[in-house]
Design a protein around this ligand. Structure first.
Ligand code: 5AD
Ligand code: SF4
Length: 440
């Protein structure tokens, strides 16, 4: 038997890319590849890239340059670029960096086996199509390895919202939802392999409308209730959502579905109606706040997470203060904030840009407020009894680490529970980035 070839994948960007990297590793598993943790001994290096903010492409080129030595030592080493930079740049990548043998977009990576064979034969392999066939179906018949307690499951891809700053509708394409039966099959398979918590993924996951077994399109709430029926699956999460797609049934599920965790990532981007309009968000600050109220009425303890952009074209200090006011009104448990970054081809790229120093200053002020809120929400967990899904051993002997329903990491000393079990713990301390708990 020949020794297996080694595959090194580096993943940038969002959770959907994490899921895609797993699928790519499985696709190449059929070609005799096993994953390795370092590029140094790899036969194939794949960079699964992100294009959401500026400099992403530049980062990829500088990373690629670093592989020059490895390629000189091992001429059989194949280097590939996958993901959204691959989609956006295509052939240009090979022109700019001749070390690259293979370029594959996020909608065509099920064709990796063919592309790998082409690259092995010494040709350049490129595929950035948006094919008709279901890439997930093509990837199904793979060897089944045991899995850890948590997994991502992509149920929806692409976006039709066209926020004025965002490249997603161009790199990932139009919204597509996977059929319900395929998702349920994949979820059952994950549970059989040891998974206890599934996070449903989509760029616009709550716009999910996949074909149901009854011939009608199902909503995300319907899908969640179907997953709720899978024995052995203990926890369900979903991300990322758009405020305009939070329907009543989904809000209600947060109150009544015990497996649906009390955590919601609901980006608002800005608190200024003037900027929201220019962003093409199609909601106002007020409608977002009312929505948060309704969600909290269904599930009072839910932890709210968000995304923010500061320094969007034409944003004034007054607009920024409206964002600060909205943050104060919501009280976020966690949040991600970014300085606006020009994306070529998007509508906002053509507009008057904000002075970069002003934008940096706003980002610092916003992040200070968000960090303060995040801290307060985490500190309030002390004294509470929470369920913790054990994920892995901690650094100290006898210690295990898991996550609460609110997605806080919890360290438990003298923990008798194994990976994949859910334990009841009393939270005794709130540390820098995690909680400490004791088993009850
Ligand atoms: N500049 C800065 N942030 C952006 N995001 C998306 N596009 C841009 C951009 N051009 C942020 C949004 C989105 C998150 C995934 O990334 O906040 O919700
Ligand atoms: Fe981008 Fe807006 Fe779609 Fe989110 S909803 S992926 S920010 S266009």
């Amino acid at each position: 038997m020949t020794a297996p070839k080694k595959l090194f994948i580096k993943t940038y960007g969002c959770q959907m890319n994490v899921y895609d990297s797993e699928r790519m590793a499985e696709a190449l598993g059929g070609q005799g590849y096993v994953e390795t943790k370092t590029p140094d001994d790899a036969d194939m290096i794949l960079l699964n890239t992100c294009h959401i903010r500026e400099k992403a492409a530049e980062k990829v080129y500088s990373e690629l340059g670093r592989f020059r030595g490895l390629k000189a030592e091992n001429p059989d080493l194949k280097i590939g670029v996958a993901g959204c930079v691959a989609q956006a740049e295509g052939e240009e990548i090979m022109r700019r960096q001749p070390l690259v043998d293979l370029v594959v977009g996020p909608q065509s990576y099920h064709r990796l086996p063919e592309l790998e064979a082409k690259a092995r034969s010494g040709e350049k392999a490129l595929d950035t199509d948006f094919p008709e066939e279901d890439k997930f179906e093509r990837l199904k018949a793979r060897p089944k390895a045991a899995r850890g307690p948590t997994a991502f499951l992509t149920v929806q891809e692409g976006c039709d919202k066209f926020c004025a700053f965002c490249v997603v509708p161009y790199t990932r394409g139009a919204e597509v939802s996977r059929p319900v039966s395929r998702i349920l099959d994949e979820a059952r398979d994950l549970v059989e392999r040891g998974v206890r918590e599934i996070t449903l993924l989509g760029q616009n996951v709550n716009a999910y409308h996949g074909a149901g077994p009854d011939g009608r399109d199902w909503t995300l709430a319907q899908l969640i209730w179907a997953l709720d029926g899978i024995d052995g699956l203990k926890r369900i999460r979903f991300t990322t959502s758009h405020p305009n797609d939070m329907d009543d049934a989904l809000i209600e599920a947060h109150g009544s579905c015990a497996k649906l965790m009390p955590y919601l990532h609901l980006p608002v981007q800005s608190g200024s109606d003037r900027i929201l309009k220019r962003m093409n968000r199609k909601h106002t600050a007020e409608s977002y706040l009312r929505l948060i109220e309704r969600i909290r009425a269904a599930r009072p303890d839910i932890l709210i997470s968000g995304d923010f952009i500061v320094g969007f074209p034409e944003e004034t200090e007054e607009d920024f203060q409206a964002t600060m006011d909205l943050v104060r009104a919501v009280r976020y448990g966690t949040a991600y904030s970014f300085k606006y970054s020009t994306r070529p081809g998007t509508p906002a790229a053509e507009r008057a840009q904000v002075d970069p120093e002003a934008a940096t200053d706003r980002l610092h002020r916003l992040q200070a407020l968000l960090t303060e809120q995040q801290r307060a929400v985490q500190d309030e967990m002390v004294g509470r009894e929470l369920d913790v899904l054990i994920e892995k051993p901690g650094r100290k002997p006898g210690q295990m680490v898991g996550k609460s329903g609110y997605l806080h990491a919890v360290h438990i000393e003298d923990c008798t529970a194994a990976r994949g079990e859910i334990v009841r713990a009393r939270i005794v301390e709130s540390g820098a980035n995690s909680l400490a708990g004791r088993m009850i």
